[in-house]
Design a protein around this ligand. Sequence first.
Ligand SMILES: [Fe+2]
Length: 589
Amino acid sequence: MRILGISAHYHDSAAALLSDGVPVCAIQEERLSRRKNDAAFPLAAIEWCLDYGGLDPGELDAVVFYEKPMLKFERILTMALRGFPRSWHSFPRAMKNSLGGKLWVKGLISSQLGVESPRILFAEHHQSHAAAAFLTAPTRRAAILTADGVGEWATLSLGRGSIGGDGAVSLELMRELHFPHSLGMLYSTFTAYLGFPVNEGEYKVMGLASYGKPSFEPQVRRMVRRTADGALALDLSYFEFHESARRSFSDRFVAELGPPRDPLDSIDPATPEGSRYADIAASVQRVLEDILVDLARSLKRETGLEDLCLGGGVALNGCANARIASESGFRNVYVPSAPGDAGCALGAALVADRLHFGQPHRETPDHPYWGPPIDAQELSRIAREDGLELEELPSGSELTDHVARALAQGRIVGWMQGRTELGPRALGNRSILAAPHSSQMRDRLNRGIKYREEFRPFAPAVPVGQAERFFKLPPGGARLGRFMSGVFPVKPEWRDRLAAVTHVDGTARVQTVDPEMAPRFHALLEAYGALTGIPVLLNTSFNLAGEPIVNRAVEGYSTFRRSGIDLLVAGEKVVRKPRAVAVAPEAVA
Ligand SMILES: [Fe+2]
């Protein structure tokens, strides 16, 4: 049975192909269209998935969309009527922005793919999140917590999943929280207030939080109240997102916290204004974490299970995930590489396969590499045309030793291997790598390549077997690190020697690299460790600010030429900039 899953029209559109219950491929539209967070109907992603799977649309048994458009329409209409007349002006805009072409999705799929409508299915949004989290994790019984901004009505769900001996899958929903009460919207409102773009600047709030103290916690707690049944409710007098497309917070919100930050102003936590923003970020972060830990604990009490699967965009909050792992009582916490809406393309396909068609469960290979493979020959061609010298280092250790030496000499490396990652993190297949030891390296990357706020940390990668030498992981922490889903303390004695990847509060978003999942990346870390004594590398996504992560060799090459990257590796091919034309990072800044 062949099933195509699609997510689209909100942000991060994606497509995924499932064949006989096992994922074949999945990719976000942005990686192909080269428009960051592309929300358009993912025609390029669909075309690539079908091509990769060697299928015509007519050979698909089903096409599944990741949410139910009519339910979403009902929610937008209901909210507009509830807020009438205040909300009336924003309604057409909300329709256009939030709904886009969604209501007509069936017609769109049918006309674009030539798939007749009985084969077009719709999964519920949070069910797609739950399936993406549970059915890709190495567990057969788990509690499931999903949280995001909003799908149709649900913004948070608590449930459990099980896989019987015969492979029969059940996903049981225990409780659900409805819009406008939403942890994702709470965090996004603070993201907007702090002057960052909503749906992509949330991790900046988390980074900024480390610079502050949660001194505004009482104010934030007034905005979000816990209810008797253990859920939460927003005090809507502080918010406007539910009735206005113009602004997500109200005058009362501003009266409580002070004026919002202008997105065009720079932000420096050392100034009084900057430290107020950092304190506000720390306060909302603390409240979010406390609520999530509390919800996870209640799920633990209620289900008595050992494993917890987290889904939804909120599961990208690595600080919250780490606290859930250490404080909720679950032995294992699983977060997929794409817990947000992109991963719902795969989740929706899994829902259709296991629940709609009742197919027996089949294990999903435990890795994030579902996109296009790198074509090293393409790099050879481009480098030759551009007049740069290309080396080929065929045997495994020759390549990793060579690259490790360059890294130890302070070179910045663009590293492309195998298939692209699904989800927002580069996990060693489309990564920029560098020595992690000095804060100068962090500044060089920020100024010469990533052009981003100084307060945002870079992440370290370490062989999973050596992670505990450098980082304080809670039980189950190594698993969270598999897809870089947790933020953990760097051991104090290593902080000076890991300065480029240690955040101001002494933490790091660690990737624990499994040799079976990423053998060449693991070998590179080991080779670097053999040279320097520290098998840790700085690993940041291979892209320039504002661009999606590179996909093909040509994009890697273009990024390499436009930035302070010294060495580019695709498969076993290596290109370096001649010294004379090397772009000195300082010159770029
Ligand atoms: Fe979502």
